[in-house]
Structures are given as C-alpha cells and as structure tokens.
Design a protein around this ligand. Structure first.
Ligand SMILES: [Zn+2]
Length: 237
C-alpha cells in the first residue's frame, strides 16, 4: 500500500470529532519503520506551542522516554515556534497526528508537524504523545505490520469506525491494510508496542482485547535503537 506522509490518530484517546485525517483506536507494535524518512544523526530541535507547562512537561517526559533508545539523536527543546518538529495543541486544529520522520521538513515552517488534542487526562495525553512521537521518529502503525495477528472482523471494524467523515476505504487504509514494499525496517510484530492501536475484542474474529499501551515496549525500544544507532566504520580486512 502507499504510505502516507502524515498519520492521523483520531482513534487515539481522547476522542474528538473525527476530522479528515485521523486514525482511531490505538496502539501496540514492535515496529515497521520508514527508512527513507529516518532522521540523520545529530540534533533535532523541537518547538512546543502548548497551552500550559503541564502539557509541556508531559511532552518532554515522553520525548525523554524515546531518547533513551536513540543514541544517534539528540533532542533540543527550543523557545518559540521554529523547530525541526513543531508540536501544537492549537484548538483550531483537530485530531492527534504527526508527520512521519523527515516528512516534517516538507511542512510549511509556520505550521505544526504534530498536533495533540487537549485533554485533562494526563495518562492518556502522555500515551498519545509517545505514539505520535514514534511517528515523528519514522515509526508506522504496528497493527498494520505484515505479520500482524489481529484477525480483524472486517464488518465489525467498519461498523465500529466508519462514518461519513471516515468512510470505509479510509478505515481500510488505516486499520486493515498491511504495509509492504521497499524502504521499511520490519522487526517482529508486537502487540505491546505504543504504535499499535487499542483493539476491542468485538472487532476481532478471535482473541481478546488488545489493550492500550502506555509505555514503550521492549520491541519499541529495540526497533528505534536499530534505527538510530550510529554506524560504525567497517573494517576492511
Ligand atoms: Zn498513529
């Protein structure tokens, strides 16, 4: 399937009115990463335009959790609104979404590269930031991993998630299609990944609910470390 440069996460809690671009449920994955859009080694500046210090602290905390596993990258929080990654909770925008990796560079400098819906639920907010920042690092959705074992009940998925603003073909694209093709780093499928959507039992043919994941799984850590470990010089024998 074609890979979109920007992933909307409508499905992520907290739920807001669906907009044109969102995803839906939520997470778990080890990972599928978009290699052509990984960041080069070095410093990534992050600008935050958020309503209060508490939101900022939660974002910084989530970035720090990822940063433990990205040795080739350093994240620098900068004042103002200009940064490689620009995070906003502007209420004029809707949904939780992020551009994938360096697709952020193609965004107008005056526009955010990541949007977070405001909520007073700190746990949900931090968990959403982890997911969206995973996209910002180049990670895709784990529930669309080529080896996923979700075993979707297609009709139930459409019934649960499709709407006028998110028709069935959009839901197909965000939930049911699996990633394939070149340019992907694929590590083992992982339902505990923060990049996997929460999946309620009734949209699966078998199995139980796949819960919302609120911390980086072992798989998330390994996947991003593989993506962002400095390359060693090769010895020539
Ligand atoms: Zn997402």
């Amino acid at each position: 399937m074609a890979i979109s440069p920007k992933l909307p996460d409508n499905a992520l809690q907290p739920f807001t009115t669906p907009t044109d671009a969102p995803e839906r449920t939520k997470r778990t994955q080890r990972s599928v990463a978009n290699l052509p859009h990984k960041w080069p080694d070095g410093v990534i500046t992050v600008a935050m335009d958020l309503r209060n210090a508490k939101s900022e602290a939660l974002v910084v905390d989530a970035i720090r959790e990822w940063a433990h596993h990205t040795p080739s990258l350093r994240f620098q929080i900068v004042e103002g609104r200009q940064g490689d990654i620009r995070i906003s909770d502007d209420e004029g925008l809707e949904g939780n979404w992020s551009y994938i990796g360096t697709h952020a560079k193609q965004v107008d400098k005056n526009q955010p590269t990541m949007h977070l819906d405001r909520t007073d639920d700190s746990t949900a907010f931090r968990s959403i930031v982890l997911h969206e920042f995973g996209h910002a690092l180049g990670l895709m959705h784990e529930h669309q991993h080529p080896e996923n074992t979700v075993d979707w009940n297609t009709q139930a998925v459409f019934h649960e998630y499709a709407s006028e603003s998110e028709p069935e073909d959009y839901i197909q694209e965000q939930y049911l299609d699996v990633f394939s093709g070149d340019g992907l780093q694929v590590t083992p499928y992982d339902q505990r990944s923060v990049m996997h959507y929460h999946v309620p039992a009734h949209v699966r043919n078998s199995g139980q609910t796949i819960p919302e994941n609120t911390h980086l799984s072992q798989g998330d850590q390994e996947a991003v470390r593989r993506l962002y470990t400095p390359r060693l010089m090769e010895h020539s024998a």
